[in-house]
Ligand binder design. Structure first.
Ligand SMILES: [Zn+2]
Ligand SMILES: [Zn+2]
Length: 357
């Protein structure tokens, strides 16, 4: 009989089951098998729980052939336990944090090195089996080997923080510049810390939740603005000599905060759009053609960003610990994970799942 393991399997919205599934087959030639140490619950996992399928394919995915019933989980750290015959970059026993962007390697953006926007992008744990399990197989070319000085807990945060790190890179040099970060969730706080590490000057965070405001302070915010208490655009202008901020980072994905990210920057400033939006916003393009403002989109990251984030974690320029607000067993993932994030939203940033508990 095939060996089994516990895994959190998405069947449908509000139907995630922790059950026994077969341990993945030995890795294919270009794959590795990883024993999972920690895997964080992402906002996208929560969306699949509440309203899925959103990213989970209903037809076989062009890259992975995967659809429907899925083991979730893509923000993880682990130890390599087996490698395929053709794998050269990773060895059994390596401590790793895999990047979730499985990609084709041949489309135009893959050839440009921007495989995060591969035309056949397959996210681990959504479009391929994920890491809310004891073992997971992933392609070796997305596996990052951890440097010394990064704990396995912190390593599970590299994936979401890399999204912020890449957003900061998209902004170009920000040394001494004023920034506005909209939203102090995992991505916002990661972005804030990376922007500080890149030398940002005045750091303004826009947030409503009391717990998140406190964390934003801990992560280096100079000023926190609450849209229920003030006019954000007027306040940002006041704080920036009347012009607006040099750079904004939209890390919420709300119908109002998309346009707001453009309104808070000065003429010739940059707005970096990181959030996942569920619907369109009303927006007058004249606020671009009249101002030289630049709006830049960003999705995910590549392994270069994993390398950068882990270097900053190792030297202490950024820290993952304040973002970890819970550590739970895999068997409790629905009650103490997904339901907790729904019912106690403000108290949490990142809940880590430990499949070995
Ligand atoms: Zn995620
Ligand atoms: Zn591609």
């Amino acid at each position: 009989m095939a060996e089994t393991m516990k895994a959190a399997v998405w069947y449908d919205k509000k139907d995630i089951r922790v059950e026994d599934v077969a341990v993945p087959a030995p890795p294919k030639a270009d794959e590795v098998q990883i024993e999972v140490d920690f895997c964080g619950i992402c906002g996208s996992d929560l969306h699949e729980y509440l309203a899925g399928p959103i990213f989970i394919p209903t037809e076989p995915h062009p890259l992975t052939g995967h659809s429907g019933k899925t083991i979730l989980g893509h923000e993880f750290s682990g130890t390599v336990v087996a490698v395929g015959d053709a794998v050269k970059n990773v060895r059994v026993g390596d401590l790793v944090a895999p990047d979730a962007c499985q990609h084709c390697g041949t489309c135009i953006t893959c050839r440009e090195g921007r495989y995060n926007v591969c035309e056949s992008l397959a996210f681990t744990g959504l479009m391929a089996e994920g890491a809310f399990a004891k073992y997971v197989n992933v392609p070796a070319n997305v596996v990052f080997v951890l440097p010394e000085g990064v704990s396995q807990e912190a390593a599970a945060l590299i994936e979401p923080i890399a999204t912020g790190f890449k957003a900061v890179r998209q902004a170009g040099p920000i040394l001494g510049e004023s920034i506005v970060v909209l939203g102090a969730g995992t991505i916002g706080l990661g972005t804030l810390q990376c922007a500080k590490a890149a030398g940002a000057g005045l750091c303004i965070v826009v947030e409503m939740s009391a717990a998140r405001k406190k964390l934003a302070k801990e992560c280096g915010a100079d000023v926190i603005l609450d849209p229920t208490e003030c006019d954000i655009v007027a306040e940002v202008k006041k704080l920036t000599g009347g012009s607006g901020a040099d750079v904004s980072f939209e890390c919420i994905g709300n119908v109002k905060t998309g346009p707001l990210a453009i309104d808070v920057i000065r003429n010739n400033g940059r707005a970096i759009i990181v959030g996942i939006f569920e619907g369109p916003s009303e927006f007058n393009f004249f606020s671009l053609s009249a101002t030289d403002k630049r709006v830049i989109g960003t999705l995910a990251y590549t392994l270069d960003d994993f390398k950068g984030v882990s270097a900053l974690l190792a030297n202490g320029a950024i820290t993952a610990e304040p973002l970890i607000t819970g550590k739970i067993a895999l068997s409790d993932i629905v009650s103490k994970g997904f339901e907790e994030l729904v019912n106690n939203k403000d108290a949490h940033i990142k809940i880590l799942v430990d499949p070995n508990l």
